[in-house]
Write a protein that binds this ligand. Structure first.
Ligand SMILES: Cc1cc2nc3c(=O)[nH]c(=O)nc-3n(C[C@H](O)[C@H](O)[C@H](O)COP(=O)(O)O)c2cc1C
Length: 347
């Protein structure tokens, strides 16, 4: 048997009658599928533990995940191969903690509140792979490095040091948040993932088969920034540009760090090349640069017009990269990148 524990937030306006209806359906269905457990509800949160044979359990979880009466379902724990039911005698019980007068319930409520807040916070800081490992009951600290093939994309704001020097820091924070919101939406929409934020930039990755999508996300970021510049009421906002470097191929993914501080990250020549290409965008004067390894992933029918820019020898590398960009009237630096910092300096 398996046991899963999840938390979720009920949509606003869910009435007691709605919760009673969920409880009734759950009891009926779960008795039929031999699932047992408990469903707590309080302060707009659900906290459910469900146990039973895997097939019935995961089918039920899929139904629950698609239920529009709650959002943000987060599996906190998966226990596989459990031998005994914890809630065998209960069947499927629903407990509305708000309504309980039992003094034992108050600390339980606080504990659930704390667990929920901790997980909701962790979702924003902890890499996705680490969280999903924890959710599957694994210990990410035990993971070995894994060889993978991926598309890696680096992006970074042009002239950021000058922005830090010149801008009010609260305004700068707002500008960075806007940049990261644009980027994270574009990456999410194209099946990618942001691996980490790096001050004024980030590293993202995509499955190799989604290389067209990776390019689409780079284009979306550049076009969204163009629109941001056009609509910005601030002189700094009108000079926000970023450079994007993309490469693809073998890398390793895993824990790197000391015994007390670890990073779950990507490592390899592909990662370095993407980072170097990103900085090289300033010199070449095109906001998107990619190498031949990424070029080879894109099939010939790519809808973009690709322009070869010769070769580039990144610092510290022995091999030259063949580099490319996209030919498109809007995928340009309207101000030459070398002039952006100069312009920012005199604001
Ligand atoms: C927080 C929450 C917990 C739920 N728990 C269960 C459950 O344990 N078992 C179940 O069958 N349905 C549960 N549901 C309801 C399912 O999402 C779904 O509506 C139901 O299984 C459909 O059953 P039906 O096909 O018999 O109408 C839950 C819904 C919510 C919002």
């Amino acid at each position: 048997m398996d046991r899963i524990t999840y938390i979720s937030s009920s949509i606003s306006g869910l009435s007691n009658a709605d919760i009673e209806e969920i409880a009734a359906v759950s009891q009926r269905n779960n008795a039929r599928s031999n699932l047992t457990g408990v469903l707590f509800h309080f302060k707009g949160l659900f906290y459910q533990i469900l146990e039973g044979e895997p097939e019935a359990l995961y089918q039920c979880l899929d139904r629950i995940k698609n239920d529009p009466r709650h959002t943000g379902l987060f599996v906190v724990k998966v226990e596989k191969g459990v031998l005994h039911r914890l809630y065998g005698d209960w069947g499927m019980k629903t407990i509305a903690l708000e309504r309980s007068k039992d003094p034992v319930v108050a600390p339980l409520r606080n504990l659930l509140d704390l667990v929920t807040r901790t997980y909701r916070t962790m979702e924003h800081y902890v890499p996705h792979e680490v969280l999903s490992g924890l959710q599957q009951g694994e210990n990410p600290l035990d993971w070995e490095l894994a060889r993978q093939e991926k598309v890696v994309l680096f992006a970074d704001i042009v002239g950021f040091s000058t922005l830090v020097e010149k801008m009010d820091l609260v305004e700068l924070q707002a500008l960075l948040n806007t940049f990261f919101s644009i980027a994270s939406k574009a990456i999410k929409n194209t099946n990618g993932r942001i691996s980490k934020l790096l001050g004024d930039g980030f590293m993202a990755y995509f499955p190799m088969e989604d290389c067209q999508q990776a390019l689409a996300s780079a284009v979306a970021i550049i076009l969204e920034l163009k629109s941001l510049r056009e609509h910005s009421s601030s002189a700094f906002g009108r000079l926000v540009y970023c450079g994007i470097g993309i490469s693809a191929g073998d890398l390793v993914e895993g824990n790197i760090g000391s015994s007390d501080k670890k990073d779950f990250t990507l490592l390899g020549d592909v990662v370095n090349s993407a980072a170097r290409l990103q900085s090289h965008t300033r010199k070449k004067g095109f906001p998107i640069l990619f190498d031949h390894r990424f070029r080879n992933c894109l099939n010939e029918q790519t809808k973009w017009s690709i322009k070869s820019l010769g070769t580039y020898q990144p610092k510290g590398k022995t091999q030259r990269l063949k580099i490319f960009t996209l030919e498109h009237p809007h995928l340009i630096f309207e101000v030459p990148p070398t002039k952006i910092s100069q312009k920012l300096k005199i604001l």
